[in-house]
Design a protein around this ligand. Structure first.
Ligand code: F6R
Length: 607
């Protein structure tokens, strides 16, 4: 979604830093960019549709003078992606500039009210009402902070808003409601941004704003107050522990490949969870009458995989639910005995937070699993675990999927122990296997990549892909499908293999690419039957199976061989890896940018 970066410096020009900050937020997805600075009391704005590099050089943004300003990458929600709709937006007099991430639900009525009072609107955005509302409030002779407070109280919806005005040229006012905003402090200045990687080159001291808070930043630091009543909030900075290199590409051509190859490391870190949090979450999971696993996209696939692990190891029934459906599907029954385990890499996904809000209103217990310290999910959860994958910049989730499954598997094992559902020997065996997973993934990366590249070359022009698996591998299939679909745009389906004969088989014809996920285990015999059904219809069979699995090999056109003795319940972690690589390779062969698929954003913070 939209990216925000603003700063005020003691010394130096802000424009080049704004461009740098925006480029670190590119992963959020955008279609236009804009920058505003104040120089000698004059507000200047340059903006247009296009990529940061192109717009910046066309409009000579880096040359803008001034030591206070902000920039924005817009991902269109209201109004086409063009220059007029790009942020910043100003009031009719051009004195107050605003950038915004989120959606103002009541903007139509506010716009009409402002038009009736003589304000002119030039864009189709919801954002443009904000500077005009602030201007309207300033008529009663109050400063920009007070006027912004009053304007914000009239907004319904979600926002991270940043305000810059030539009327008070030494400060920036910013606020958040449901969309993320983080402040940073350094010797030379104060910053605000949608996400910490934008600020990290300048400081490791950050302050996460919370919902309903407004901050004023200037060269001396920041002041936070509550939007509702203007009361002061004391909050000291937190230190970011990760280094910037972790979020940069190193020797890789793009972030997605880097993040795929980082998985052995991120998985090793994911095995070092803090015991007390694992115990706390386990205790809550054990107490619930019902457990919902609420999430979106890739995180939902981790939840589906986890539902098999919880059931088989800990004998706990869980309901994986897509977060945008949660309130409709279970909203009337969820209650004080329900547990909601919300899984979200960013911790900021609108739909997931909305579901969580609903569950909290009905007195359910909310638990969180996220990759983002200080995210909204960590604040609204009764207890949470950080999956410790490090920043993920590529829009397609890769290392965060494998870490989520790993963490959820650890919770299931701890619960099995608490409930006495497995013998000590069985538990030890699972634990041993779990600790081998990072090494297994390392060898999968080494041993399968060349083969995957060959398959990608042969299959890059396939018009359709089917991904099929049984049992827990149906979750792996869904995640494999999502990776391919989102970055190569090839239409793809994923189904539990047993379900394919109830419909999907009708679209299979000669050479339709069918990827089968076939780990050894309880579902092995059944998947052979499913492969035969597809083979009989002329499908091209691409199997991911254990080395030496001659039954599967004899039925397949292409085989990706995996290490032996991976327990089926942990198989989603290593078995997804060749499919991440396949999607990546096909995208590159098609000349597409795997880091920034069209229409997608890393963090979906709007409804
Ligand atoms: C897919 C992808 C998205 C996210 C989804 C949820 O590769 O990245 O589908 O998984 O938007 O995001 P989080 O986990 O941040 O809630």
């Amino acid at each position: 979604m939209c990216g925000i970066f603003g700063l005020v410096l003691r010394k130096g020009r802000v424009a080049p830093m704004i461009l740098d900050g925006l480029s670190r937020l590119e992963y959020r997805g955008y279609d236009s960019i804009g920058v505003a600075v104040i120089n000698n009391g004059v507000l200047q704005i340059r903006k247009d549709a296009g990529k940061i590099k192109d717009v910046a050089s066309r409009l000579r943004i880096a040359e803008m003078k001034g030591s206070i300003g902000f920039g924005h990458t817009r991902w269109a929600t209201h109004g086409a992606p063009n220059m007029i709709n790009a942020h910043p937006h100003t009031d009719s007099k051009g004195k107050i500039a605003v950038i915004h991430n989120g959606v103002i639900e009541n903007f139509m009525e506010l716009k009409q009210e402002l038009i009736d009072k003589g304000h002119n609107f030039i864009s189709k955005t919801d954002t443009e009402v904000i500077p005009n509302l602030i201007d309207e409030e300033m008529k009663s002779d109050i400063g920009i902070t007070e006027a912004t407070l009053k304007a914000l109280r009239r907004l319904k919806g979600s926002y991270a808003v940043v305000v810059l005005s030539s009327l008070e040229p030494d400060k920036i006012v910013c606020a958040r409601q449901e969309s993320p905003l983080v402040l940073g402090v350094s010797e030379n200045g104060t910053y605000c941004a949608s996400d910490a990687p934008a600020i990290r080159p300048y400081t490791n001291k950050v302050i996460y704003l919370r919902n309903g808070e407004l901050a004023t930043i200037d060269v001396n630091g920041y002041k936070i107050i509550k939007v509702a009543d203007g009361s002061a909030v004391e909050r000291t900075p937190e230190e970011i522990t990760w280094v910037l290199e972790m979020a940069e590409k190193q020797e890789y051509p793009n972030y997605m490949l880097k993040e795929i190859f980082e998985q052995p490391t991120s998985l090793r870190t994911g095995l070092r969870l803090q015991e007390k949090y694992v115990d706390l979450l386990t205790m809550f999971l054990d107490r619930g009458k019902e457990v919902f696993l609420v999430s979106a996209g890739t995180s939902q696939h981790s939840c589906i995989a986890a539902s098999y692990i919880f059931s088989k190891i800990a004998r706990l029934t869980t309901y994986p639910v897509v977060s945008s459906e949660f309130t409709e599907q279970y909203g009337s029954t969820v209650g004080i005995d329900s547990i909601i385990l919300a899984v979200s890499q960013s911790g900021e996904t609108y739909d997931t937070l909305k579901a969580v809000d609903h569950a909290r209103m009905r007195a359910a217990t909310v638990l969180g699993l996220t990759n983002t310290v200080g995210s909204t999910l960590t604040r609204v959860s009764r207890a949470y675990i950080i999956q410790q994958s490090g920043p993920e910049i590529g829009v397609a989730a890769t290392k965060t999927f494998t870490s989520q499954v790993l963490v959820l598997a650890q919770l299931a094992m701890r619960l099995a122990k608490l409930r006495g559902k497995l013998s000590q020997d069985e538990l030890d065996e699972y634990k041993e296997s779990l600790y081998k997973v990072p090494d297994i993934v390392e060898s999968v990366l080494k041993e399968t990549y060349d083969k995957v590249k060959d398959i990608a070359t042969r299959e890059k022009n396939s018009r359709l892909f089917l991904f099929l698996g049984r049992g827990i591998s149906s979750a792996t299939a869904m995640e494999g499908r999502l990776k391919l679909l989102e970055i190569t745009y090839i239409p793809s389906l994923a189904y539990p293999a047993g379900e394919s004969k109830h419909g999907p088989i009708s679209i299979v014809e000669k050479d339709t690419a069918c990827v089968f996920i076939c780990p050894r285990g309880d579902t092995h015999a059944e998947i052979i039957g499913s492969i035969m059904e597809m083979k009989a219809r002329g499908a091209k069979i691409i199997s991911i199976c254990e080395k030496g699995d001659t039954d599967i090999k004899s039925l397949s056109d292409e085989v990706i061989e995996m290490p032996k003795n991976i327990p089926e319940l942990l198989s989603p972690i290593p078995y997804i890896v060749p499919m991440q690589l396949l999607a990546y390779e096909i995208a590159v062969l098609k000349g597409l940018d795997p880091d920034k698929p069209r229409n997608l954003a890393k963090s979906v913070t709007v409804p």
